[in-house]
Design a protein around this ligand. Structure first.
Ligand SMILES: [Zn+2]
Length: 327
């Protein structure tokens, strides 16, 4: 373990925030979250070193797995096809088929836009290059490749890299800053639930800015520690994930972090996937032995919670859309 200053502003001054345990993969130990007294960032301190962190992903971390023999379910195939048609009709994505009529597809497109999942599809650019930082087993990267992007991924996990290569994806093992990518090479850079895992989030964001083409877009998805889930579930909030999550953002600290890296925040959107709520309820039921958590109809609850929490800006997850600023 190592102690650290604030990984965004460098301040040494922090106050205790919460003592937490690894309730998900159940690694031993007590972990301390602190809040920076200067920029308010919540971060793990002390934290595992870069050499130690790998061991905390052992024991069933799902995001690095890929089974080439597993066939997608018929409903997933239908959804993927529908998404592809809507992206072709409304967002300029390429298609082999004659384009669907915008008028007839409009109700389906409005329904698609109402679900927060649609946020992850950037506007299409011909011959556009997309970099996914912390790409895990490559599910998103493979989807973007199949939609017409020229894709590259990075991940520090050898298991994740092996899973990506099994899908035929081009991926670099290691930290983004060690990847040696040329400057101004990408139209879009995505960090989907990866920034909170990095030891140097500011350095990562600066490197993202460097590899981005002028006018390029950055899409950063992270948990929201100021959301309702974190308040209601406390230590059982699934997205705390100590000690794999080294930093936690609020809408304000996410905005100040991207700006500190020279990125311009264009829009911040909120999202509750249902997954975080469902997993938090499981942890809560187990840890607090409460039958109450089992009373929720998860499907109904999660779907409606997404809409309400987004409107209140209290969702479990948030997505920052940024561009490379001129200065
Ligand atoms: Zn700070």
């Amino acid at each position: 373990m190592e102690t650290t200053n604030c990984p965004i502003c460098g301040s040494e001054r922090s106050a205790p925030y919460r003592v937490v345990h690894d309730l998900v993969l159940r690694h031993e130990g007590e972990f301390r979250l602190v809040r920076c007294e200067d920029c308010s960032l919540v971060y793990l301190n002390p934290r595992p070193t870069r050499d130690e962190i790998g061991r905390y992903y052992e024991g069933g971390y799902d995001n690095f797995r890929y089974d080439p023999d597993q066939q997608p379910s018929p409903s997933l195939v239908r959804r993927t096809e529908r998404t592809r048609r809507l992206l072709a009709a409304f967002r300029g994505y390429p298609t082999d088929e004659p384009p669907a009529s915008k008028l007839w597809s409009l109700p389906a497109y409005l329904a698609f836009c109402a679900r927060s999942r649609n946020f992850i599809y950037p506007s299409f650019r011909r011959e556009g290059r997309l970099l996914d930082v912390g790409c895990g087993a490559g599910k998103f990267l493979a989807e973007m490749r199949d939609l017409g992007w020229d894709v590259l991924g990075t991940d520090i996990s050898p298991d994740a890299v092996a899973a990506c290569r099994a899908r035929g994806l081009d991926v670099i093992e290691g930290e983004l800053s060690d990847a040696g990518l040329p400057g101004s090479g990408f139209d879009v850079v995505t960090l989907r639930h990866s920034l909170e895992h990095t030891h140097d989030p500011l350095g990562t964001l600066r490197e993202v800015r460097r590899v981005l083409k002028p006018g390029g877009e950055v899409i950063i998805e992270v948990p929201n520690i100021a959301g309702l889930g974190a308040r209601v579930f406390g230590e059982c909030w699934f997205a705390l994930e100590p000690p794999r999550h080294l930093v936690h953002f609020t809408p304000r600290t996410l905005a100040s972090s991207v700006e500190a890296a020279g990125l311009q925040l264009r829009r911040l959107r909120f999202k509750s996937s249902g997954f975080v709520i469902a997993r938090s309820l499981e942890l809560y039921a187990r840890e607090k032995a409460s039958g109450l958590a089992g009373m929720f109809n998860r499907r109904v609850f999660c779907r409606n919670a997404d809409v309400v929490l987004r409107w209140l800006r209290l969702s479990d997850e948030m997505i920052a859309f940024c561009v490379k600023s001129e200065a």
